[in-house]
Design a protein around this ligand. Structure first.
Ligand SMILES: [Zn+2]
Length: 425
């Protein structure tokens, strides 16, 4: 345990060093690189979805533990179990709430806008004790917009502040969100000033939120996908290509992605990796730098998700030999390799069962592998039908490495059954 904790601290210190040295200029470089690459692909590719891969290398965002560490600290589980039945109003302090002053210099952060007083490169750390019934959104706006700054979130793991995620990419703002339904939980958000930063304002927004497979109210509200508290339980994670400012979905889509993650995690599956939803403002990702990464992905109705392979993992990777067609990458016939169709059936079925999916995009060769696997899975007929109706799974180039899921923007649950106009991914 001691070794592990030292290692974690080491990661954190490396992160701090990086924001002042190697990180310098990254925000601009990231923005420029996203724009340049996405532009090239958009030109060669009518689908507009090609920018997904182009942008992947450009981001400095990452979950701190992504891919390396399942956050198996005993304290996490102890905190969850101990607080599972504790209401917010319980008289006993919740196990997830840290003692005051645990983190030196912590300041309580209130809902609303807080000017962040800056003193050179000195970090500022703010604390919230989060209700398990709310989604908590941190938005840091800063000037000048090309200045360097890292926004990072830690979570109380029962003993200490454990790094959860951080973001340093893009211009003018940083965004991260947390949600912990297991009980009251202390989080800390850190502002790490870098080169050129002259002013910053941190805004905390609390939105009532609950997990579930059905959204009944306020379903179109744009919410940032919260950081996974434990990828092994939440079933999703980040990778080096995650861009948090592009991680904003409709409430219902965020619920469905979380539900699918929890379902797959309960089956023992590895976490999948959601990439772009929409920008923080609901626009298509890349609109902030004038280089769209997709044709759609507005208003939080779309998301791109990695797929499960036969090795049990679900990183972003191609599952076939691709050829360049006039419209983008496609799997050459008969070349599907390492794709675990049987594992992807319950994954897709979790979305289809919501009756809110209007269409998904996937390479036709992978769709071809999915259909017999779905038939073999003995799914409810309404769910099974969506694997083979040609609408809920339809071919589009550049989908050999992910599925694009779109949910209805119609207001009522039943209305999704009326198909909405086609829109390219
Ligand atoms: Zn997409």
């Amino acid at each position: 345990m001691a070794t592990r904790l030292r290692w974690r601290l080491g990661v954190w210190l490396v992160g701090l060093a990086g924001c002042g040295d190697a990180g310098e200029g990254l925000g601009d470089a990231a923005a420029a690189e996203v724009g340049a690459d996405a532009g090239v692909d958009a030109g060669r590719d009518a689908s507009g979805d090609a920018g997904v891969d182009a942008g992947r290398d450009a981001s400095g965002d990452a979950g701190v533990d992504a891919g390396r560490d399942a956050s198996a600290d005993a304290g996490v589980d102890a905190g969850r179990d101990a607080s599972a039945d504790a209401g917010v109003d319980a008289a006993m302090p919740a196990a997830g709430v840290a003692p005051r002053g645990l983190v030196a210099g912590e300041e309580l952060l209130r809902v609303g806008a807080t000017p962040v007083a800056l003193s050179g490169a000195a970090p500022r750390v703010f604390r919230i004790d989060a209700s398990p019934r709310s989604h908590w959104y941190f938005l840091l706006r800063f000037a000048p917009e090309r200045a360097q700054v890292v926004l990072a979130v830690d979570r109380f793991d029962g003993a200490r502040a454990a790094p959860l995620g951080q973001t340093d990419a893009g211009r003018g703002l940083r965004t991260l969100s947390v949600f912990d339904p297991s009980g009251p939980r202390t989080f800390w958000v850190r502002v790490l000033p870098g080169a050129g930063l002259s002013s910053a304002t941190l805004t905390l927004t609390e939105t009532p939120f609950a997990d579930g497979s059905r959204c009944v109210d306020d379903c179109a509200r744009l919410l940032q996908m919260p950081l996974a508290n434990d990828p092994r339980r939440d079933g999703y994670t980040t990778d080096s290509a995650t861009v948090f400012r592009y991680w904003f979905g409709r409430r219902d889509l965020v619920m469905f992605v979380r539900h699918a993650g929890q379902s797959m995690a309960a089956r023992g599956a590895a976490p999948f990796v959601p990439q772009d939803f929409s920008q923080w403002d609901g626009a298509t990702p890349g609109a902030d730098v004038g280089a769209l990464r997709h044709a759609s992905h507005q208003r939080g109705k779309d998301v791109d998700l990695s797929l499960y392979g036969t090795d049990g993992a679900a990183p972003w990777r191609s599952y076939c030999v691709v050829r360049q067609g006039s419209d983008g990458r496609e799997c050459a016939p008969g070349t599907v390799r390492g794709f675990d169709a049987a594992a992807n059936v319950p994954f897709f079925a979790d979305f289809f069962a919501t009756e809110r999916v209007t269409m998904c995009f996937l390479d036709r060769e992978l769709i071809g592998a999915m259909r017999p696997a779905a038939r073999a899975a003995m799914l409810p007929s309404a769910v099974a039908a969506q694997f083979s109706d040609g609408v809920h799974l339809q071919h589009w180039p550049n989908h050999d490495n992910h599925i694009h899921v779109r949910v209805s923007e119609a207001s009522s649950q039943g209305a999704a059954l009326a198909y909405e106009p086609f829109e390219a991914p």
